[in-house]
Each structure stands twice: as structure tokens, then as C-alpha cells.
Design a protein. Structure first.
Length: 292
């Protein structure tokens, strides 16, 4: 997953992140997700008193819709992954199909949220946009300290450690031989955090420009919704894709090959561990979807 997501995109993708980021308490985390999303957004813009009630109401409605209409579909997607683990080997093309399936579902959530995000964008004051810019700057400093330090070996090791943390969550401990196979595929992926940094900065600047334009011109809600949808579409495609096409394409392919390798080197016992994890998530999705 990319080191950064755009402000609006990340706010809504939190809904999917609980299914994708290795959360060990999905039901508890999702049940408090509306509060977390509000808190997260507030940390970026600092809501004014008159904004707080309707922002919370918008988030509540979005979670109600997501719980009842999307979680059953997520359970079905997880069941497909579970069946593949039970079957045996996984091909990179199947992993790429999973990427596309998740992306399609994320786009659906963002499209649903666009009118509410338009209300938020129209309500932002200049100082709140300045707060957002300041938060971006702080986050960028943290990114530089974590990712833009050390030599190539240091960066490869950092990336590999993050891969293994997720792999061990799903499959349990790996042998040295297994880790060597995974490390080989991890290192084979293109590594250029400077490109990701440039992508991150481009996203942030385009968002800030869009918000300032909305704040100054106050276009109709439908127009703002369209602007947000167009921004999200460009975000999914990568703002710097034209000049970095080979890097982004190779990154996706390398990730798919690495994940397929992780699955394929796993022992039957390790796959059983992952199947059990998935089953818990499937049950949580169904339980949450049925919650009144």
C-alpha cells in the first residue's frame, strides 16, 4: 500500500482499511469507526462548533449505509480469498485481480461520500485550509524521517520489515528459508521513495488548490461533488503517472508477485492460520452488517 493517501480519500478509505491493514479487532474497531473518522478529520481542519453536528451526522449516515450494503460484499470477497488459500497455489494475476476488486469497492464508497465531502469542502474557512496545509507539512516531515533516510540497503530492510509484519499477522512465523524467498521478491520491487514523495506533494497541492477555489467561488454542491470525484479518479491513477509510468506499473506487478510468493511458500499449517484469520473477519462482517 502507498505510504500516503489524499485527505478525503483517506478519510473514507478508513472503512476499507479495517479490512486490509491487519486490525486484530475488526468488530470493535469498526463499531467505533464513525468516532475515529470524525476525530481524524478534526485533527486536520479543527471543526468549528456549527460544523460539528452535521459532520457527525454525515459520518453516521455513511457508516450506516456502508455497514448494511457493503460489508456483506466484503465478506464475499474474503471468502473468495479463503477458498483460494484452501485450493493451494496463487498466481500474481489473481493478486492483481484482488487489487482491482478492492479498488472498485473503495471507489464505490468514495462516490457515495462525494456529496457529503462537498458539504464539508464548501464549509471550510481559510484558516481551516491553512490548518490542513500545516498538517500536511507535519506529516511530510515524518515521512521524510522514516522513508528518506539511509542508503538503499537500509530502505530495503525497512520495507521488508513492514512486509513481514503483515505476513506474520496472517500466516504466523516463517522459517529463515521462507523469509529469504520473500526478501528476494521484496527487494526485486522498484524502490524510489522520492517518487512517492513527489506524488504525495502533488496530491496535497492539488487538493489545497481545489479547496481554495471552492472556498473562494462557492460553486454549487453538484459541481463540488464532481470536482471531488475527478480528484479521486486522478488520485487512483497517480497524479505523476505520466512521468513515472514504468515505476508505478512495475511497483504494482512487483507487489503482486511478492504476495503470491508469500502465499505459495506458506506451509499447510500457515495457510490454515490465514484461513482462520479470514474466517474471523468474515464472521465480523456478517455480524456488523446485521447490527441494527
Amino acid at each position: 500500500m502507498r505510504p500516503d493517501r489524499a485527505f478525503f480519500e483517506r478519510a473514507v478509505l478508513f472503512l476499507l482499511a479495517m479490512l486490509l491493514a491487519g486490525c486484530s479487532a475488526l468488530r470493535l474497531g469498526y463499531a467505533n469507526g464513525d468516532t475515529f473518522v470524525y476525530w481524524w478529520l478534526n485533527g486536520y481542519v479543527d471543526f468549528e462548533d456549527e460544523q460539528k453536528p452535521w459532520v457527525k451526522a454525515h459520518i453516521d449516515r455513511l457508516f450506516d449505509w456502508h455497514r448494511t450494503t457493503q460489508l456483506p460484499d466484503y465478506a464475499q470477497l474474503l471468502e473468495q480469498v479463503q477458498q483460494r488459500l484452501q485450493r493451494g497455489q496463487t498466481a500474481p494475476d489473481e493478486v492483481r485481480a484482488d487489487f482491482n476488486a478492492v479498488r472498485k469497492r473503495a471507489a464505490l464508497v468514495l462516490d457515495k461520500a462525494a456529496p457529503e465531502l462537498a458539504d464539508l469542502a464548501l464549509s471550510l474557512q481559510p484558516q481551516q485550509i491553512a490548518n490542513l496545509e500545516k498538517k500536511f507539512s507535519s506529516n511530510n516531515d515524518k515521512y521524510r524521517k522514516e522513508y528518506l533516510r539511509g542508503n538503499i540497503d537500509d530502505r530495503q530492510q525497512l520495507r521488508f520489515k513492514k512486509v513481514m509484519k503483515q505476513a506474520e499477522y496472517w500466516f504466523g512465523d516463517f522459517s529463515q528459508e521462507q523469509e529469504a524467498s520473500i526478501r528476494k521478491m521484496s527487494d526485486a520491487r522498484p524502490l524510489d521513495y522520492e517518487i512517492w514523495m513527489a506524488e504525495r506533494l502533488r496530491r496535497q497541492q492539488e487538493m489545497l488548490q481545489m479547496l481554495r477555489k471552492i472556498q473562494a467561488e462557492k460553486p454549487p454542491r453538484e459541481t463540488v461533488s464532481r470536482m471531488i470525484r475527478e480528484f479521486v479518479a486522478r488520485s487512483f491513477e497517480n497524479f505523476t503517472y505520466a512521468e513515472n509510468k514504468a515505476f508505478f506499473d512495475d511497483s504494482t506487478d512487483g507487489m503482486a508477485r511478492m504476495i503470491a510468493t508469500i502465499v505459495n511458500v506458506a506451509t499447510p499449517e500457515q495457510k490454515a492460520h490465514a484461513i482462520k484469520r479470514l474466517q474471523k473477519w468474515i464472521e465480523d462482517c456478517h455480524a456488523l452488517a446485521g447490527k441494527a
